[in-house]
Design a protein around this ligand. Structure first.
Ligand code: ARG
Length: 556
């Protein structure tokens, strides 16, 4: 139980008595005391009584003996000061618990999380980076809460471009193609195919025939297609390993894996009367979606030529996921907001989706220092692997070894991505991402490394917590806020709530360290009590960062 919950649980009986029913104490951190309970204001309104009087009655009835002292202030707030002995025992409990106070959820769910989703024979772009990094943090948070999480990498591995890609593969030879793709020259490969497709009518014809051969299951064509997919998957896996992302080969579940279900999806939707023909295509028109002209907007389920598209595949995926999981989460950029809203609406009309079962976790773009979409100096879109290489190279200046440079460089990129409110666009700047003083991953990794060297110098000590000075108390209260921060980040699927917490923890620690000498403390007890605070801070930093997929190397 978090400290807020503990305080609320102890206050609730008094609130309920005064309310003659149930009333929320509304406990939160406070500028004026350790915590405050604001519930008397709403309760007084409901009862038609004076708020201060209601607050005083709550305080008179409340029993927080051994935990906290209460005081009515202002128009009817209740200030809460946690007793030092209670703080001490809460910290000891938190220290002894390997989860540092974060409870496992009482009823775990099966959750499927769709993230990363790059496209075969195409370079991953920064949108895929965000999906990969945010999705992986969400997976880690939910798993830590005890949910049963399935990762799914909805690879773009099907569609008309494969005709030209396979013909290009045949032109340059299998070995050369495999080589280009495995070293990550996906853009070069794709563009070469595209150029021939656009400029060479004979190639174009071959490519079109090849699409038909692929769709009808021609063995050679399928084998060549598989080669493209396999080589691309190998490359994506190498990016995941660079990124310290938990996606594995078993999680690839590309668009093509729904092929056999598409006709049945069409049958089911049409039996339900949800499909209409429009310009030869079969379409669903979910309620509430209209274009600028006010005309209903279609989800094309089967194209005029009988083929299927991205939406059809997503409908099949949705049906399968809703049958098999309590909850389905899609970590995909904001530009696909309408696509998912419409696909989900069709799924609801078909009775596949229960209320609250599916969620599009959208995110904005990464902008360069100029406020425009991140571009290289030459004006090209940034290649993901180049961005990551640059991160590691820049971090090498701060780091003592290759391993550490990797942890700091990759951590910087991931932290920058996770610390921004995901729905907004954010500006990426190297100096901020790698700053040792600001809101950065490097700052927290550095704080962690400093704590470890302090503990090494301190040697053996009897765990305890020194809580006499304001900086020590402030650090203690910040530490105790960890479970609530994890819950906030996991419940809203917003990793930035956890980075915000860790940043505040880093700064509470810095203030403590600057004002409270540890190794030269006035007594052995105080020294031990300060080492205890430093130790617990280090443990919370490393656990918190690990839930975001960021490492804490030592020494830095
Ligand atoms: N491959 C897609 C893209 O690059 C992302 C897939 C997202 N997942 C999904 N179920 N549609 O835009």
């Amino acid at each position: 139980m978090s400290i807020e919950e503990l305080l609320a649980a102890r206050l609730r009986p008094a609130f309920d008595q005064v309310a003659g029913g149930s009333a929320d104490p509304a406990v939160r951190r406070s500028q004026h005391a350790d915590y405050q309970a604001d519930g008397a204001l709403a309760l007084a309104r409901g009862l038609g009584r004076a708020p201060r009087e209601v607050a005083a009655e709550v305080v008179a009835r409340a029993d927080l003996a051994g935990l906290a002292d209460l005081e009515v202030v202002g128009p009817g707030f209740i200030n809460i000061t946690v007793q030092t002995s209670a703080l001490h025992s809460l910290l000891l409990q938190m220290y002894a618990d390997s989860r540092h106070g974060v409870p496992a959820v009482p009823s775990p769910q099966t959750v499927i999380v769709d993230y990363s989703g790059p496209n075969v024979a195409k370079e991953m772009h920064v949108g895929h980076l965000r999906s990969t990094v945010i999705g992986d943090a969400i997976v880690r948070l939910l798993e830590f809460q005890g949910h049963h999480v399935t990762r799914v990498n909805h690879l773009g591995d099907w569609g008309t471009p494969f005709g030209m890609l396979i013909e290009h593969l045949l032109d340059i030879g299998e070995q050369e193609a495999a080589h280009e793709l495995s070293v990550g020259d996906l853009t070069g490969f794709y563009q070469a195919a595209r150029q021939k497709f656009d400029g060479d009518p004979d190639f174009k014809r071959r490519a079109q025939l090849r699409v038909v051969a692929l769709q009808t299951g021609d063995a050679t064509t399928r084998r060549l297609w598989r080669l493209l997919v396999d080589e691309s998957e190998k490359y994506f896996l190498s990016v995941y390993s660079t990124l310290d992302v938990t996606l594995s080969a078993a999680d690839f579940h590309g668009e093509s894996s729904y092929n056999d279900e598409l006709a049945d999806v069409v049958d089911e939707l049409s039996a339900l009367g949800l499909l209409r023909e429009s310009d030869g295509a079969l379409c669903a028109f979910p309620a509430g979606f209209t274009g600028r002209d006010g005309a209903p907007m279609p989800v094309i389920v089967r194209k005029e030529d009988g083929g299927y598209n991205y939406s059809a595949t997503d409908l099949a995926a949705l049906r399968r996921r809703c049958r098999a999981y309590d909850r389905a989460v899609y970590v995909v950029g904001t530009p696909q907001k309408q696509h998912f809203a419409m696909v989900f609406a069709v799924g609801e009309a078909a009775g596949w989706v229960r209320p609250g079962q599916v969620e599009h976790v959208a995110f904005g773009s990464i902008l360069g220092a100029d406020g425009k979409m991140l571009k290289t100096r030459a004006g090209d879109s940034v290649k993901l692997s180049a961005l990551l290489d640059e991160a590691v190279a820049r971090a090498a200046v701060l780091a003592g070894s290759e391993d550490v440079a990797h942890a700091v460089g990759i951590g910087a990129v991931k932290y920058a991505d996770l610390s921004a409110d995901r729905v907004k666009d954010y500006v990426f700047a190297w100096d901020r991402a790698l700053s040792l003083t600001g809101d950065s991953g490097a700052y927290l990794q550095y704080a962690y490394a400093r704590i470890q060297s302090l503990l090494a110098k301190g040697g053996e000590y009897t765990p305890g917590f020194s809580l006499a000075s304001p900086a020590e108390r402030a650090l203690a209260l910040q530490l105790l806020g960890f479970p609530a921060a994890v819950a906030a980040a996991a419940d809203a699927l917003q990793p930035h709530r956890l980075t915000g917490y860790l940043q505040a923890l880093g700064s509470a620690y810095t203030t403590f360290y600057e004002t409270c000498p540890v190794l030269r403390a006035p007594s052995a007890d105080i020294r031990d009590g300060r080492l205890g605070l430093a130790d617990l801070t280090g443990r919370v930093l490393t656990l918190g960062l690990s839930l975001l997929g960021i490492r804490t190397p030592t020494p830095l």
